[in-house]
Design a protein around this ligand. Structure first.
Ligand SMILES: *Cc1c(COP(=O)(O)O)cnc(C)c1O
Length: 397
């Protein structure tokens, strides 16, 4: 089928929930993807921080191929070895003692919200049910997670929202403390806000939030759906701050493109769930589990995190130079590891479209912010090329 035919077929039959770019992608390898006409793109979106090892990573492919030929799915009524191995790998490399598997970021956060409520119900008293989340946060698109998401544009038209949520401004400790009431059972936040525009808090912020939670005897839930799995240069972003959360959620890059999410907790908290409390049909199925297992092992063994830190520093430096040259367009650049952004004085959409025409995929958030979440395996040549394209596009503005 031609590009035009595929796009028409999709538009006629798929619900109108995405504003798509007019390209049809058919193949990916490393940091590159190709469209149906054979045109090559450098992919600095990576499925929105999903394909962190790059597209078609050989170790992930090998693991999935082997598994799909043996056993693709069985119910969680039974044990499987891939799920057990993956849980052990996550527990060994994080603060957590126990894992619950699901299929997406929203589902992982749903599980975290239920876990917090159940734990509070049984250990803190019936009046403790409220979660404080952050303004400009993003936690997913289900009813509970749009309620947790502190942005009205995601909630508009879907009221009534879930009861028991209140919001505080991000990176403001005084306001956070003031938001705590006698009903509060926990605080839920992203270590760096992703969809909200790559908002990076002060260095001591997360440690101070931990201290506030300890002082009030409430839970700290961190949403590492985007920041986790090496994105910021450590396996999990909370590691930068020297503290440990009580509950953490993962998804996006966990399976390098196979759909899998996870909610992790300490033993003390995890005990609140017993058989019958929570479940997922596909959660941790053997196919997704071997993909995640291969992803984590590759990430830890092959210098991926090291490359992420180095390329992140290099990319940020080049963005700063670009800002100096185009200071009429770029107001601010920021980032940690390979989660970077450029805040613009103009709408980002135009720049994104021009980059697409020249073969560079990037994404804009919150209207005027360009976001860069490339695979963690990119090279200095990839960064240089992307910067050259951005420079060219901004030259024409
Ligand atoms: C993407 C994202 C989610 C939602 O993940 P889905 O897999 O789309 O449900 C939740 N939290 C954060 C921080 C995210 O970036």
């Amino acid at each position: 089928m031609s590009e035009k035919e595929i796009m028409t077929l999709a538009d006629e039959n798929i619900m109108n929930t995405y504003k798509r770019f007019p390209i049809v992608l058919v193949k990916g390898s490393g940091a590159r993807v190709w469209d149906v006409n054979g045109k090559e793109y450098l992919d600095f979106v990576a499925g929105i921080a999903v394909c962190s090892l790059g597209h078609s990573h050989p170790q992930v492919i090998a693991a999935v191929k082997k598994q799909v030929e043996n056993l693709t799915h069985v119910s969680n009524l039974y044990y499987t070895e891939p799920q057990a191995h993956l849980a052990k790998l996550l527990v060994d490399n994080s603060f957590a003692d126990k894992v619950f598997f699901c299929n997406s970021g929203a589902e992982a956060n749903e599980a975290a919200i239920k876990m917090a409520r159940k734990y509070a119900h049984e250990n803190m008293g019936l009046d403790k049910f409220e979660l404080i989340t952050m303004k400009d946060s993003f936690h997913g698109r289900t009813m509970a997670t749009i309620t947790a998401t502190g942005q009205e544009k995601f909630q508009y038209g879907f009221t009534p929202l879930l009861a028991g949520f209140t919001y505080a401004p991000f990176n403001d400790l005084q306001a956070l403390e003031a938001a705590i009431s006698r009903n509060t059972c926990g605080i839920m936040l992203e270590p760096i806000q992703g969809e909200g525009g790559v908002n990076i808090p002060d260095d001591n912020y997360l440690a101070s939030v931990r201290e506030i939670c300890d002082r009030h005897g409430i839970l700290l839930i961190i949403d590492e759906v985007q920041t986790g799995m090496g994105r910021t240069g450590k396996l999990f972003a909370y590691e930068h701050s020297g503290i440990k959360p009580d509950i953490m959620t993962l998804a996006k890059a966990l399976g390098n493109g196979l759909p899998i999410g996870a909610m992790l907790a300490t033993d003390k908290i995890a005990k609140a769930f017993v058989p019958g409390n929570h479940a997922s049909t596909f959660g941790g199925n053997p196919l997704a589990a071997v993909a995640a297992d291969a992803t984590i092992k590759t990430m830890l063994q092959e210098g991926v995190l090291d490359n992420c830190r180095k390329m992140g520093d290099y990319f940020l430096l080049q963005l700063k130079k670009l800002q100096q040259k185009h200071n009429n367009i770029i107001k601010e650049v920021r980032g940690k590891g390979l989660m970077l952004a450029a805040k613009l004085d103009i709408e980002g959409g135009d720049i994104v479209n021009e980059c697409l025409k020249r073969g560079l995929l990037i994404n804009s958030t919150g209207g005027k912010t360009l976001r860069f979440v490339p695979p963690l395996i990119i090279t200095t040549q990839d960064v240089d090329w992307a910067i050259r394209v951005l420079d060219e596009v901004m030259e024409g503005k």
